[in-house]
Design a protein around this ligand. Structure first.
Ligand code: ADP
Ligand code: ADP
Ligand code: MG
Length: 453
């Protein structure tokens, strides 16, 4: 295959290793870029070449567009895989790659920009006839304006940053008093995290499910879905455990949801791999939330049930190949679950950086997408997720059994992790029955607090 001879990976940790793995299989050479804090990291070692691009602070390394581009030029890489987070949804970076004659492995800068604004994305979807969460599609110019619109919509509401991501920059508001109280600080937070303080309002959907659809589109107008993922196990609006298929959706709703996702991406002329996120209420009404124009953290569960390598697909589509399969060719087989392992205190949720003194990994019936090994240092500078444990089975019960086994044989010493919390989720009756919503984890944590006295 002759897609690209050399790909630079503008990321770190488990996702950099994940991209390297597929490149090796395809015979593509890889370049890692890394910060001084990551000099000893596994992904640096595994890449064919590695370039140090600056100090630990992401702003001075992983987020520095000039340095990443310079490293690509210096090593002769002709394409850049951005992973997730960091520069992956930065339209300026995608544009810069285009200008430098390099291929950004993802959609066009125009699409990234469009979907990077949640307000703009909502407008696009409404145009395409895809239902969005009831709300306000303009930007809120002032707190007075927010109050007036909120009164029209009715509480409770989600006050959200248009540029938000990673569960950051949103606030549930129950009444006018609360809205007035948090408007300024939410604007500030959005500004400091995303460089854009624009906020908007959505109705707060009670007891919802987060269900998302994986899509893939080529440059010739063909679009397919790779089914859905249920991602309702969340803490602070961020996913912790994901699975595919969703144990909640009825087949009728599933078909409608998949069709709506495809309609949305076709209408905007999306290319490459992406995820349409939806919120689904108790009556199975679904509403578009946002689109992520990149590889998702939880992409492995989709790979496990479809047998399709999503990184390979990204590379092929970026090389302007046609989709090699039709919708009918994509089959969903079995069930897959993913747990995100965080280096954090399971009680306080404070990050727990340090050296991994010893690491015992599960060996059977498990896929491990890990950033670390024994002796690795977990840096305080980055996201504390150190790995993902993925299992599958012919059905959900089997996938659950494998996950229970995997978690019980996993042992990490030297740093704290959330493994006990993951076990509590997997063993919980509600989770086992598959009837959990985005409130599940908060409720579980409250129960644990109470039982501790
Ligand atoms: P996914 O949507 O793939 O489940 P997450 O929301 O967990 O991913 O985010 C994955 C990583 O990317 C996290 O480290 C998160 O902080 C980061 N991230 C996500 N969106 C943004 C954004 N808009 N700006 C900066 N970082 C982001
Ligand atoms: P991010 O860009 O941070 O991923 P999303 O818009 O995808 O933001 O929302 C993240 C999570 O926040 C959702 O999965 C859901 O649990 C919760 N959420 C967001 N909007 C709403 C809403 N209008 N009602 C209820 N929950 C919401
Ligand atoms: Mg989201």
């Amino acid at each position: 295959m002759s897609y690209f001879k050399k790909i630079l990976i503008a990321n770190r940790g488990e996702i950099a290793r994940r991209v390297i793995r597929t490149c090796k299989q395809l015979g593509i050479a890889t370049v890692a870029v890394y910060s001084e804090a990551d000099a000893e990291a596994l992904f640096v070692d595994e890449a064919d070449e590695a370039v140090c691009i600056g100090p630990a602070q992401a702003k001075k390394s992983y987020l520095d567009i000039d340095k990443v581009i310079e490293a690509a030029k210096q090593t002769g890489a002709t394409a850049i895989h951005p992973g997730y987070g960091f520069l992956s949804e930065n339209p300026n970076f995608a544009r810069r790659c285009e200008q430098e004659g390099m291929t950004f492995i993802g959609p066009s800068a125009r699409i990234i920009e469009l979907m990077g604004s949640k307000i703009e994305a909502r407008r696009q979807m409404q145009k395409a006839g895809v239902p969005v969460v009831p709300g306000w599609d303009g930007q809120l110019e002032s707190v007075e304006m927010a109050v007036e619109i909120a009164n029209r919509l009715g509480y409770p509401l989600m006050l959200k940053a248009s540029a938000g991501g990673g569960g950051i920059g949103m606030h549930l508001v129950q009444d006018e008093e609360e809205l007035i109280k948090v408007f300024g600080s939410t604007t500030q937070r959005a500004h400091s995290f995303f460089g854009d303080g624009t906020l908007f309002l959505e109705k707060y959907i009670q007891n919802p499910h987060h269900i998302e659809v994986q899509v893939a589109c080529d440059a010739y107008g063909h679009a397919v879905h790779l089914f859905e993922r249920e991602c309702s196990v969340q803490r602070r609006n961020q996913k912790v455990v994901e699975e595919s298929p969703s144990p909640f959706l009825s087949q009728t709703t599933r078909e409608k949801l998949l069709a709506a996702a495809l309609k949305g991406v076709r209408e905007m002329g999306y290319t490459n791999v992406g995820t349409m996120e939806f919120i689904v209420d108790e009556t199975e009404q679904f509403y578009f939330l946002e689109m992520n124009t990149r590889l998702q953290v939880e992409h492995p569960v989709t790979e496990e049930i479809t047998g399709i390598d999503l990184v390979q697909l990204q590379i092929q589509l970026a090389a302007k190949e046609k989709l090699a399969f039709k919708q009918e060719d994509i089959e969903m087989k079995g069930h897959s679950i993913e747990c995100r392992l965080y280096a954090e205190d399971p009680r306080t949720f404070f990050p727990s950086p340090g050296t991994i003194q010893s690491l015992t990994l599960p060996e059977r019936e498990v896929r491990l997408d890990f950033a670390v090994k024994e002796g690795s240092v977990v840096s305080p500078y980055y996201d504390p997720m150190i790995g993902k444990i993925i299992t599958k089975g012919a059905d959900r019960d089997e996938a659950l059994r494998h996950m229970e086994q995997a978690l019980s044989s996993l042992q990490v010493e030297g740093i704290k992790t959330n493994v006990t919390l993951l076990e509590a989720v997997i063993q919980h009756d509600q989770f086992r029955k598959g009837v959990y919503t985005t409130r599940f984890l908060d409720e579980l944590l409250t129960q644990k607090e109470v039982s501790k006295g």
